[in-house]
Design a protein around this ligand. Structure first.
Ligand SMILES: Nc1ncnc2c1ncn2[C@@H]1O[C@H](COP(=O)(O)OP(=O)(O)O)[C@@H](O)[C@H]1O
Ligand SMILES: [Mg+2]
Length: 270
């Protein structure tokens, strides 16, 4: 991708560049238009949240970036490459909605699995797994099995597994959606610290307004299906955030704008 394709709306080289992208699922009865004319540019080091009602195409958009779905039309580049090339170069890590850990593997061996598939030597696999488990606050839990951990801890294992690939880009699909509010608060704090410490670019799917405002540098508000971008909101709170920031008028103002965007897109008749 030539440098001239860098958009005017984001500083530096975009990690993800999406132009006029649409995706139609060809189903047995009626085709489903999941995404319609989506354009979005994500700069290095950004934390971008995708927010919108259930079924609006958030997961589909994340899966397109990850080369798990092919767009019907439009362009997408990931670090200047096609999504397929980026996937083959393992430029991203993906955290699914459910932790998807293998119950017969202990925590460390779950984190090492993708590294085994990559063919890394055993010593390197262990070093990387240990480092990432420590990063997510799970040092000492290496030999536990997933069923011995809480839901929040399991999701941290799945984040460690994605980080062990040492990707520039982290794609997270509602990773805390199934957790109670107290655990979610704790993991949001942990994730923002991790993002600051590692400088990774994150694309984060959520339908929680508070979570999106707390974590993001930019919030992409999507319409009900077919998913379109209604608003892109700069979340210019200080990068270093504690949970108290949610009590500030600046936080409330951004949350209000997200809420208005979501309201505007909603037809309320389905
Ligand atoms: N493989 C598929 N085949 C057909 N329709 C699908 C498929 N995956 C998702 N959809 C439909 O596409 C729309 C967007 O889905 P999705 O991206 O999962 O939304 P979200 O993550 O925002 O809830 C939904 O209407 C969903 O039913
Ligand atoms: Mg989804």
């Amino acid at each position: 991708m030539p440098a001239s394709s860098a958009p005017a709306d984001g500083p530096g080289h975009p990690i993800v560049d999406i132009r006029g992208l649409s995706l139609i699922y060809p189903t047995a009865d009626q085709p489903v238009t999941a995404l319609s004319d989506v354009s979005l540019s994500i700069a290095k080091g950004d934390f971008v949240s995708l927010i919108g009602p259930s079924g609006c195409g958030k997961t589909t958009l994340l899966r397109v970036i990850a080369d798990l779905e092919r767009p019907t039309s439009g362009r997408i580049a990931v670090e200047g490459l096609s999504p397929e090339q980026a996937r083959l170069k393992r430029l991203y890590g993906y955290v699914f909605q459910a932790p998807a850990l293998y119950p017969w593997r202990n925590v460390e061996r779950n984190v090492m699995l993708p590294l085994e598939i990559m063919g890394l030597p055993a010593a390197e696999r262990r070093t990387r797994a240990r480092a990432q488990l420590e990063r997510v606050g799970l040092a000492g839990f290496e030999r536990k099995f997933p069923w011995q951990l809480s839901g929040g801890m399991q999701q941290r294992v799945s984040i460690a597994r994605a980080l062990a690939l040492q990707p520039d880009l982290l794609l997270l699909d509602e990773p805390f959606g199934a957790l109670d509010e107290i655990t979610r608060d704790h993991l949001n704090l942990h994730l923002t610290q991790l993002w600051r410490a590692t400088g990774k670019t994150c694309v984060f799917v959520t339908h929680s307004i508070a979570e999106a405002v707390f974590l993001s540098t930019r919030i992409v508000v999507m319409s009900p299906r077919p998913g379109r971008i209604l608003d892109v909101i700069d979340c210019d709170l200080p990068r270093e955030r504690t949970l108290d920031i949610r009590e500030t008028p600046e936080f409330a103002a951004i949350a209000h704008r997200v809420r208005e965007g979501l309201k505007e897109g909603h037809s309320y008749d389905d």
